[in-house]
Each structure stands twice: as structure tokens, then as C-alpha cells.
Design a binder for this molecule. Structure first.
Ligand SMILES: Nc1ncnc2c1ncn2[C@@H]1O[C@H](COP(=O)(O)OP(=O)(O)OP(=O)(O)O)[C@@H](O)[C@H]1O
Ligand SMILES: [Mg+2]
Length: 361
């Protein structure tokens, strides 16, 4: 953290070394590699911590895909580990789905609109309450794409607002509140006091967790992105929001980087690399005080524990391309590759001239 003017290292080691960390959020735009990165982070943490829990709060749960194992809403031991658990939490309904528009429901929808996300916030709080009691050494969150994550991080104020609103309405409308019970999915047998009690109870957990989330010794947020404009833009938005919520963030993982190491001759790839370089430069400029970890784009998906473990090496050592463009070695490789390609093309031409089909068709 604060102090010496060191250039932050281009790896995620700092997260593994920060023994006080209890909550590690991993977030970013859709499809950039959040699940892959959070899974790997949890695997790495399991090697240095006594027990690790990874939780997916993404409605499109994909921890199961990454680990190639079914998970449920209670923690399940990940195959091949003795101290790594995973769970997939069911997200709740969208706020719009709770409100209805006509008649006397006017004020119910008014309430729903004034405290959007209250359902979600409460289920998140309940989950955190549960997890708190479980005593894991560190908890990693594979979060949903940015907007959703930010909503969850807002949940303490959402709940507080909800509580305040309920109180005002209680004094104004008395018995009518009973009707709202249904809105919160609590059976009719529970009265308004039950709801208020539940909210009050939640508030305590919320305040406690909120304090922890705002403590950089306990909580950090790892931003995952790819070197493209929209992702850079989204990362900036995320970092700003996190700063606003006072949540620590000092790691950015740039995934799917094309490294110029194969003597690539493809115009398309070269253009993509050039584009990526432009955004990489911007990332380094904007986030010069962050640890920026670059991960290579692989020819295949990162699926299953073995693939995740294999890919995890890039979290610990800055990626080094095999060859650097312009070196004698790289030029020799390019030349021999081109010679091979020329040979292939010549024999294909030969075949075509003889009226035979090309090999690949
Ligand atoms: N560096 C990489 N090289 C190749 N494939 C990758 C790489 N990183 C991730 N993938 C693959 O890309 C796909 C999307 O990755 P992942 O599921 O981790 O993204 P995500 O951000 O969690 O997506 P979503 O927003 O849908 O939850 C997966 O199939 C994963 O295996
Ligand atoms: Mg995912």
C-alpha cells in the first residue's frame, strides 16, 4: 500500500501475500474472464491459506463450467482439494419484476421503485451472514458483470433506505404495510413487525460487513478486463465506483492479450495486436499505481482444474513471450515458417493444377 515508490509488480502475488485479506472480489465486463481468474485465484489462495471459499454471485453461474463440477448453494469441496470450497448463490428477481403498476398498487410500486434491489440486497446480506459464521480464511467472489456487482456493493445503503422508508410508511399507513409483506416474499403470517425485525437484524450484519468491505486490510477488488476500448472504459467506471464506495482496488488483470511471439504474419492478428497495444499503453498510464497482470490469449478455453492450474503460472510470473520480435532467433523462425508455408502452397498449387482436391476440403 502506501509508502515506497516502487513500481508495482506485474503479478497477483500481492493478493496471496496479504494474509489479512478476508474478502476478495473479482469483477469486470461480461466474458472477459472473471470466472477463470477468480477460480485460479481461489486455487492459488488454497495453497497458502487454511481454507478458501469461492462464491459465484453471477446469475449465469459458471464456476461449474470452469471446475467441471456441479456446485449448489451450499459450499462443496472442489475435487482434488482439501481446503477449497465452492458455492453458487441464487440471485433474486430484478427490481422491475416486483413492482406492479395499477390501482392501489400505486404506492407499493412507489415503494419498490424507491428501494430498487432491496430483495437482492437482503438475500445477499443473508448469504454473507451465513458465510460469516462458516469461518473460512478467505472468501473469493466471482461476480456478475459490472452493473450487477456495483448494485450489490451498494446494498448497505439500499437496505438502510429500505428501512427508513418502511418506518415512514409504517407511521403513515399503519395496517396497509401488511400488504407489503407479500412483496418481500415473506408469508402473510408474518406481520410488519416481522419484516421490520428482519430488516433491523440485517442492518447489523450489513453494518459489520460494510465496515469490513471498506477496510483495505480485509477486502480488495480485483478488476478483470481485456485490452479493448469498452473494457478500458468499463474498468475506469468500476474503479471510480469502488473509490466512491471506499472499496480498495489495486489489481488489474488484463486477459486475452495477444503476444507478438510467433512471428505472426496474419494482417488481422497484427492489426489486433496493434489495437491491443494502444489500450495496454492506456491501462499502464491510467493505473500506474496498480499491479497489472497480463494474461495471454490461449488457443483453447481454460476449462477444468488442470487447465486452471496450468494457466495459474501466469498469475505468479509476468508473462514472457518465447521470442522477441526483431531478434535473430525470431527472424530465423519466421523465415523457416514462411518457407514451410511456401512449400505447402506450392504443393497445393501443384495438386490444383492436376485437378485434385486441396488437402483440407
Ligand atoms: N486467456 C484466455 N485464453 C483463452 N480462453 C480464455 C481465456 N480466458 C478465459 N477464456 C475462456 O473464455 C470464456 C469466458 O471466460 P470466463 O467465463 O472466465 O469469463 P467471465 O468474465 O466470467 O464471463 P461472464 O461475464 O459470462 O461470467 C471461457 O470459456 C474461458 O475458458
Ligand atoms: Mg463468469
Amino acid at each position: 500500500m502506501a509508502g515506497q515508490e516502487e513500481i508495482p509488480e506485474g503479478t497477483i502475488r500481492n493478493v496471496l501475500e496479504q494474509e489479512s485479506l478476508k474478502w476478495v472480489f473479482v469483477g469486470g465486463k461480461g466474458g472477459v474472464g472473471k470466472t477463470t481468474c477468480s477460480s485460479i485465484l481461489s486455487i492459488l489462495l488454497a495453497s497458502v491459506r487454511s481454507s478458501v471459499l469461492i462464491i459465484s454471485t453471477d446469475p449465469a453461474h459458471n464456476l461449474s463450467d470452469a471446475f467441471q463440477q456441479r456446485f449448489t448453494k451450499s459450499p462443496t469441496l472442489v475435487n482434488g482439494f482439501t481446503n477449497l470450497y465452492a458455492m453458487e448463490v441464487d440471485p433474486t428477481v430484478e427490481p422491475e419484476e416486483t413492482g406492479s403498476s395499477d390501482g392501489m398498487d400505486g404506492f407499493l410500486s412507489d415503494l419498490a421503485n424507491s428501494i430498487p434491489g432491496i430483495d437482492e440486497a437482503m438475500s445477499f446480506a443473508e448469504m454473507l451472514k451465513l458465510v460469516q459464521t462458516m469461518d473460512y480464511s478467505v472468501i473469493v467472489f466471482d461476480t456478475a458483470p459490472t452493473g450487477h456487482t456495483l448494485r450489490l456493493l451498494q446494498f448497505p445503503s439500499t437496505l438502510e433506505k429500505g428501512l427508513a422508508k418502511m418506518m415512514t410508511l409504517k407511521s403513515k399507513f399503519g395496517g396497509l404495510l401488511g400488504q407489503m409483506t407479500r412483496m418481500f416474499g415473506v408469508g402473510e403470517e408474518f406481520g410488519e413487525d416481522a419484516i421490520l425485525g428482519r430488516l433491523e437484524g440485517m442492518k447489523e450484519v450489513i453494518e459489520q460487513v460494510n465496515r469490513q468491505f471498506k477496510d483495505p486490510d480485509l477486502t480488495t477488488f480485483v478488476c478483470v478486463c481485456i485490452p479493448e476500448f469498452l473494457s478500458l472504459y468499463e474498468t475506469e467506471r468500476l474503479v471510480q465506483e469502488l473509490t466512491k464506495f471506499e472499496i480498495d482496488t489495486h489489481n488489474i488483470i488484463i486477459n486475452q492479450v495477444l503476444f507478438d511471439e510467433e512471428g505472426v504474419e496474419s494482417k488481422l492478428l497484427k492489426a489486433r495486436m496493434k489495437m491491443q497495444q494502444k489500450y495496454l499503453d492506456q491501462f499502464y498510464m491510467l493505473y500506474d499505481d496498480f499491479n497489472i497482470t497480463k494474461l495471454p490469449l490461449l488457443p483453447q478455453e481454460v476449462c477444468g482444474v488442470e487447465a486452471l492450474k496450468d494457466f495459474s503460472q501466469h498469475f505468479l510470473k509476468p508473462y514472457k513471450p518465447l521470442f522477441i520480435r526483431g531478434t535473430l532467433e525470431e527472424i530465423e523462425i519466421r523465415v523457416s515458417r514462411l518457407q514451410e508455408q511456401l512449400k505447402e502452397a506450392e504443393s497445393e498449387l501443384e495438386r490444383a493444377r492436376k485437378g485434385k482436391k486441396p488437402i483440407n476440403s
